[in-house]
Design a binder for this molecule. Sequence first.
Ligand code: MTE
Ligand code: QUE
Ligand code: MOS
Length: 767
Amino acid sequence: MSIIGQNIPHDSAKGHVTGESVFIDDMPFAKNELMVDFLGSPFAHAELISVDTSEAEKIDGIIGLFTYKDLNGINKFGPIIQDEHLLVEHLATFIGEPIVVIAGENKQAIEKAKKAIKLNMKELEPIFSIDEAIKKEQFIGIPRTIKTGDVESAFKTSEHVLEGTFIIGGQEQFYLESQASLAYPGENNSLVIHCSTQHPSEIVQVAASILGLNQNQVICITKRMGGGFGGKESQACHYAVMAGLVALKTKRPARIILTKDVDMQVTGKRHPFQNNYKVGFDSNGQINALKVDLFSNGGAAADLSTSILERAMLHSDSAYYIPNMEVHGKICRTNLPPNTAFRGFGGPQGTLNTENIIEEIANYLKKDSYEIRRLNCYGIDERNVTHYGKVFYNNVLPEIFDELHKKSDYKERFDSIKEFNSNSKTHLKGISLSPVKFGISFTTKFLNQGSALVNIYLDGSVQVSTGGTEMGQGLNTKIRQIVADEFSIDYENIRIMDTSTEKNNNTSPTAASSGTDINGSAAVLACTAIRDRLADFAAQHFSSPEEGIVKSKNNIVFKDNYVFDDRKPHKKISFKDLIPLAYRERVNLGERAFYQTPGVDFNRETGKGNPFLYFTNGAAVSEVLIDKFTGELKILRADILIDIGQSINLGIDRGQVIGGFIQGAGWLTSEELKYTDKGYLLSHSPTTYKIPNITDMPDIFNVEFFKNEENTVNVKKSKAVGEPPLLLGISVWTAVKHDLSFVSKNRVTLNTPATNEEIVMRIAEFE
Ligand code: MTE
Ligand code: QUE
Ligand code: MOS
């Protein structure tokens, strides 16, 4: 039986439970190690006139205080647009924006220093909301448009037209390990930075640039993260460079670990959106035209906002064929920490906006929203071209819709909910199905590349290193399975090495759900090259002209820890025994391979092309119960059907699906970011920011994988599973909206998150 698809426990399952797994702050302290922290701006928008560190310098245990003037390189960076400063020069643009880096021997000294530093600042008028930014024309990047057909003339011929505005809230990544880095100085101004990051190569690039080093002088090592969820894609960098700065200046190891509260206050989150829409449809609910204006709240700097907006625009079709469609997008500049990647990367916001519109149409026509969805779903041979001109191949959505509709007893439950709601005085129920069509690949072409290094040692054991990082998603386990499968040897013989820029250079972030796709594919290429050389050697080894067996590489088989010539399979040799023989014949037993995703090409100027290698599709049906008096929400049942091709690891993928669904549901129903009117985040800890917990799980939870044998485009016939399931959580919110349609005589306007508070207020307003 192949190791692919097996339920191998997560690489760190035991270590995470026993505590053996090493995170940055578990690394042993060096004798002369320094603690690093920073003093940030107390104002969301202020001029920095001067900084006086003279009193702080005198504090016992304070070793260094650094401002932008101490940087040897360029105090300018950013993943796409270089518009961020590591340390404020003259203008602070959000609360907590770092001004002074503090190096000390203990926490007490650092806390004292923070109080002793004198900041002379002049407060300026801040902007926090999308409305204010639009009014003051504060935007980041350029306005974007993607369109097909002719919406204006299509609206004229539409039977019905609905317009509205929809507000989508942000979300904190809530990884359990806060931003963390540990930097060691080396000879000749070199640095080794251990960092909890999804993007080790960015740490190297930015550290080198800001600290005035060559990139070959900096190594970034990422053993693992205690969660990333997008929050460590571009924003681990700031703290890594601070540690690097201190290590370089003091020649002592330097560690920075943010507290949860500070982390939540100063790092970016999922982008809030505010969208205007206009939709034209007929009396069956068939959509003829859709126009949306997306406005995201980018925060104070660009970060990844332009790519995130692009993905939101590319997902504004959700799962539907809309012949006339126009999507506009703008990023608003505000005085909040720069918003950043979060599982789904704009895709959830674009999809949710359209799913809200579907519920609106259903409400308006007094129909079951499922019917509207099924009717508008992309077709197989026709009605299958997206608004950006890509043909949607291998569309399994109609099958998923039908199968899940049946499996979840949707119809019966829909009818019994009507019954329940007309009888119950205290509670309301709602049900809804929402689909997922998530595009896989980075929409930025050059990021679709990966490398892997595979080395075999003389006892037949194997090491593999890739540019991918482990954040809990199980990448390491999957890579080990892939390599084991390639040589057909035991999983235990494969060891995955710490991700390091010394082994894999110029890597892409582990993001866009393509970690396994890209790095797994590169690992396959490396294994193939070695296997090819081993086969050549084995062919020689097994050849015997006297038996009429001429040397033939193509007859060599690797199977179940053995290697043989299929013309005389009984004379097999174990993989372990073959390796030292091959070594003695000077066979190269290591390979570094490179992979580039084929076929992806999207033209930003025209808004047309092929941004994705394929789509991961699925759907969820959620049934929710609301207490009319408290707004308390309970997910009674959730049924999920998702196509992830041939799963590489069923247990891990199941975990991704369940976790994603719940994380999505949390975003839309309980996680609320509350700020003061000065821009200070009030919900900056687990006590004030409510993520779902075990009691928020659906009472009945059915997760199934759709059988898709046709999928051959990706490594081991698998499909990416990391981000797509988050969008399944949208069904919980659409179910709440369905719920409220029973109490409203008119339109149900519901924003996100639909917290208990929001729900009671809506009920009060409707009744
Ligand atoms: N799962 C866990 N446990 N922890 C994480 O931080 N991040 C998600 C997803 N699943 C995450 C996770 C995000 S945002 C992405 S892009 C993918 O994992 C990245 O990993 P992959 O490409 O290897 O699936
Ligand atoms: C999805 C993603 C990312 C993306 C595009 C996607 C992503 C990411 C970038 C990106 C783009 C340009 C850069 C850069 C990164 O694009 O995670 O450094 O210069 O980092 O469709 O997840
Ligand atoms: Mo995931 S948001 O692409 O890190």
